[in-house]
Design a protein around this ligand. Structure first.
Ligand SMILES: O=C(O)CCC(=O)C(=O)O
Length: 323
C-alpha cells in the first residue's frame, strides 16, 4: 500500500534533510517526478542486504489469490503439454513458446519452459505488472521501472534439467546494470527440488565471459563454477516467495531430485533509463512497459566491456547451455 506524503508538508516545515533521513534509514522511497515520499515495501535492512549481497528473499510476494491463479494456469499448461511430443507454440520471434525436456511423454510430462507467459495469461501479466513483487523491485532499482522479459522455468519431478552457473547481464546487456531478475516460487522450493543457488556479493565482481572456444555456452567456465559451488547459498522458500537477484549475481541450479515440482515465474525488470544493447532473448509484446513511475527518455550508462551474447535458436537457453 502506498502512502503519499504531501509535498507542501515537506516545504512548509522545511524538512528537506528529514526527507533524505527518511529515505535512507526507513521504509520510505522518494519519487522525484511527483515530489512525494511513498511508503516503501522493503525496509532499510532489506535494501541494504540486497545492495551488499546481490540478492534478497521476500515471502508473500503475491496474494493468495494470485498464487492460486498462477498455479492453476501452470497445471493447465502441463496438462496441455501431454498432447505434444516436441516444443510447440510460437513467440514473437517465431521460436517455440513451450519447451519440452527430452524424454517428455503424456505419462511423464517434462514441460521445462514457458516463454513470455505474460502474453498468454492475464494472471501472469498482472503479477508481473502489479504485485508486491513489482513494488519490491521498484524499491531496489526504481522509482521508474521497466519490464524486459519473463519466462517460467519448471523442473517437474524426475526432470534432469539443471541451470549452469552464469550471470544474467551478459545475456541481456543494458546501458547500465540496474536490472533485477525476480524469481517467484510458484511451488515451495526445497533443498531437494532443484533450488536456485547464488554466490553472494558476486554482483560486485567481474562480468564473466559466456563464450568458450568460439561457442556461446551461456555458462561460466569450470574453475569459476567450482568457486561458486564452494560458496553457494541455496534459496529455498514457501510458495509465493520471491528471490530478487541483481543481474550481475552468479547463480545456477541443480536437477530436481524430489517427487515435487519446482516452478519459477521469472520476470526481469530494469531501471527505466537502462536501455537494452542487444535484442531480447525472450521477446514479448510487453517489453518496455513502464510498471512503476514514469518514462523519462533518458539513457544512463555505466562502463563495461563484454562480448555480445548469441540469441538462442531453439525454444530456450537450455540447449545453449547443453553445448
Ligand atoms: O531456473 C532456475 O533455477 C534458474 C533460472 C536462471 O538462472 C535463468 O533463467 O537465468
Amino acid at each position: 500500500m502506498r502512502c503519499d506524503v504531501n509535498q507542501a508538508l515537506l516545504q512548509d516545515f522545511n524538512i528537506g534533510s528529514l526527507k533524505s533521513e527518511l529515505v535512507s534509514t526507513t521504509g520510505f522511497r522518494y519519487i522525484p517526478d511527483f515530489k512525494v515520499l511513498v511508503m516503501a515495501t522493503l525496509n532499510y535492512e532489506q535494501r541494504q542486504f540486497f545492495d551488499e549481497q546481490g540478492y534478497l528473499l521476500v515471502e508473500d510476494a503475491v496474494s493468495v489469490e494470485q498464487l492460486a491463479a498462477l498455479r492453476e494456469q501452470f497445471a493447465a499448461w502441463v496438462e496441455e503439454s501431454k498432447s505434444h511430443q516436441v516444443a510447440y507454440g510460437e513467440t514473437l520471434d517465431g521460436r517455440a513458446r513451450f519447451d519440452l525436456e527430452s524424454g517428455h511423454s503424456a505419462d511423464r510430462p517434462m514441460l521445462r519452459r514457458v516463454n513470455a507467459p505474460t502474453e498468454i495469461s492475464n494472471d501472469y501479466y498482472q503479477v508481473m505488472r502489479d504485485s508486491l513483487m513489482t513494488d519490491c523491485v521498484a524499491d531496489l532499482i526504481g522509482p521508474n521501472l521497466k519490464f524486459h522479459h519473463s519466462k517460467i522455468n519448471s523442473k517437474l519431478p524426475g526432470a534432469a534439467t539443471a541451470v549452469k552457473w552464469h550471470q544474467d547481464f551478459p545475456f541481456t546487456p543494458h546501458s547500465n546494470d540496474d536490472l533485477v531478475t525476480a524469481l517467484l516460487m510458484v511451488d515451495e522450493v526445497t533443498e531437494e527440488n532443484g533450488p536456485l543457488q547464488v554466490l553472494p556479493e558476486s554482483h560486485r565482481g567481474e562480468i564473466y565471459d559466456l563464450w568458450h572456444d568460439g561457442i556461446f555456452t551461456g555458462a561460466v567456465d569450470d574453475a569459476v563454477t567450482r568457486q561458486c559451488l564452494d560458496n553457494a547459498v541455496t534459496c529455498t522458500g514457501k510458495a509465493g516467495s520471491v528471490c530478487l537477484m541483481h543481474t550481475r549475481l552468479l547463480h545456477g541450479s541443480s536437477p530436481n531430485l524430489s517427487t515435487r515440482p519446482r516452478t519459477l515465474f521469472i520476470a526481469v525488470y530494469s531501471a527505466e533509463d537502462a536501455v537494452p544493447c542487444t535484442p531480447n532473448p525472450v521477446p514479448s509484446q510487453h517489453q518496455g512497459e513502464i510498471v512503476r513511475g514514469v518514462k523519462t527518455n533518458h539513457i544512463r550508462s555505466c562502463a563495461f566491456n563484454i562480448p555480445s551474447p548469441q540469441l538462442p535458436r531453439t525454444a530456450s537457453f537450455f540447449d545453449q547451455q547443453a553445448q
